[in-house]
Design a protein around this ligand. Sequence first.
Ligand SMILES: [Zn+2]
Length: 99
Amino acid sequence: MITMNKYKFVSNRVMKNSKGEEKGKMRVMVPSGTETAHMDYVCPECGLAKHEETPWIRPFSFTCPKCGFLMKLPKLKEEIKKEKKQAKKELEKSSGLDV
Ligand SMILES: [Zn+2]
C-alpha cells in the first residue's frame, strides 16, 4: 500500500512572476531515502509546464529553461517543523529495522 510516508518532503506552491502576479505553481516531492526532487511546475513568467527531476538542494530554487525565470521555494516554519517530525519518524523507523 502506498502511503504519504514515502516522501520526506512535499510542497505545493503558487509561484509569482516578476510582476508579483500568481500565475504559476510548483510542486516538489522528495522521496524518502533520496536526494532527488521531483517537481512539477508552471513557470509564472512564461507559462511553461514541465516535470523535472533535479538534485534536492536547499534553499531549493529552479531556473526556467525557457525564459530563465528563477523560481524559489520559500522556507516556511510550519514546513520545517513538519519535515523535522517526519525525519524523526524515519529515524525511529530505520533504527528499529537496523537491529
Ligand atoms: Zn519561464
